[in-house]
Design a protein around this ligand. Structure first.
Ligand code: GLA
Length: 394
């Protein structure tokens, strides 16, 4: 399937520019399995790279302009080398412009490139199509310009593109998951030390992604506001706890319980979520090591409940998926995945139950919401890579 995508991208490249690409890379989207809004609080997340991703194909051109084609619409955007600014018109191109600028912190090279991006990560579904684009573009352009950023530097370049070119003050979860994924493993990341460890899933765990069609307005503003509240809450705890607090990672649930009544009520609610999530991720890793998927699934449900009540980043449709999942015996756990406010929920099932669970969930969701949701099985997959497959000849 991804080979077809590469062939398609390669043909679109020739059609757009009249010559073949010389460099290519692939990067997957991601699913966040446990640990919501913990990354920018320097906490923990269990996530996975998924088997949907984006190809970025490129070739140098000898002009001072970079040309980009979105392979799904064949829309073209261009920007000049030097110090490129975000495009107000082609917002999809901003992730690549930001990566191009981030790869060359002291001014971009005089010669531009031609590029085509083509992926199969559903857009707006909370599966990080933007990180897949940033990382595939980062890897392909680094090889084109003969640069050698480390994987973590590449993750930061993608994050910088989100912050400065797309206006979302995200953490590093999406980029790290896309880069460090391994087949049949979750990625356990400590966002303070940025250490990454694969956690085996075993043969009994499979994931279903349930995409609602809810896309709420002001999502980015809501995300940034949550981040700000968490940072303010961390400052509060730094003032009252006897030990150093530089992020909510340093605050335990017991400490939250002791002090929350004297906090600003909104900040107290927001802080409860990442603090609880950090403890759930650590417990979740132990449950996986023991092969206790039932207990792991319960943590997923608890995570969703915390999103719903404390962080208020769920919505009617995501709540409907999780409420329906709770009544289906084959589903072991479910929760919203990613930023929230719409997008997708992830459900844990035994692989043999995936089909039955999908039908049951679809039926229950339609009954509750009055429309259908897209459910697909996803596999924890390998992370981003440079692609050396020879291009289609013109
Ligand atoms: C989005 C962000 C990530 C992370 C998640 C929530 O996916 O891009 O950095 O904060 O939301 O966990």
């Amino acid at each position: 399937m991804t080979t077809d995508l590469l062939r398609d991208a390669s043909e679109k490249f020739i059609k757009s520019f009249g010559h073949a690409h010389t460099h290519a890379a692939y990067a997957p989207g991601r699913v966040e399995v446990l640990g919501n809004h913990t990354d920018y609080n320097e906490g923990y997340v269990l996530s996975a790279a998924i088997d949907f991703g984006t190809y970025f194909l490129a070739a140098p051109n000898d002009t001072g302009t970079c040309r980009l084609v979105a392979g799904n619409t064949m829309e073209m955007a261009s920007f000049v080398t030097g110090r490129p600014l975000p495009s107000p018109k082609h917002t999809w191109a901003n992730y690549v412009i930001g990566v191009f600028a981030g790869l060359h912190p002291h001014g971009t090279p005089a010669t531009g490139f031609d590029g085509v991006l083509l992926g199969n990560v559903p857009l707006g579904a909370g599966l990080s199509s933007s990180a897949a684009l940033e990382i595939s573009a980062g890897l392909a352009l680094a090889s084109l310009y003969n640069l050698h950023p480390s994987r973590l530097e590449l993750a930061r370049i993608g994050q910088h593109a989100e912050h400065e070119y797309a206006g979302v003050k995200c953490g590093l979860l999406d980029q790290i998951s896309s880069l460090f994924g391994e087949p049949d493993h979750l990625v356990m990341t400590d966002f303070r030390t940025l250490s990454v460890e694969p956690v085996a899933l075993g043969d009994d765990a499979a994931f279903l992604m349930c995409r609602t069609h809810a896309k709420h307005a002001l999502v980015d503003g809501e995300y940034n506001a949550r981040r700000q509240h968490c940072e303010e809450a961390a400052r509060f705890f730094a003032g009252v706890l006897p030990h150093p607090v530089s992020a909510l990672r340093d605050v335990s649930w017991l400490e939250w319980e002791k002090h929350h009544a004297s906090m600003d009520p909104i900040e107290a609610k927001r802080a409860a979520h990442p603090i609880g999530e950090n403890e759930r991720v650590l417990r979740g890793r132990e449950m996986l090591a023991r092969g206790d998927l039932l207990a792991f699934g319960k943590l997923m449900y608890a995570s969703h409940e915390s999103s719903r009540t404390y962080f208020e980043n769920s919505c009617h449709e995501l709540d409907a998926v999780v409420a329906a999942a709770q009544k289906i015996p084959q589903i072991l756990g479910a929760r919203l995945s990613g930023g929230g406010f719409g997008g997708s929920a992830v459900a844990l099932v035994h692989p043999r139950d995936a089909e039955v669970a999908t039908h049951a969930l679809q039926r229950a969701y339609r009954k509750a919401v009055g429309e259908s949701c897209d459910i697909r099985a996803i596999r924890a997959s390998a992370g981003a890579r440079v692609v050396t497959l020879s291009p289609v000849s013109p």
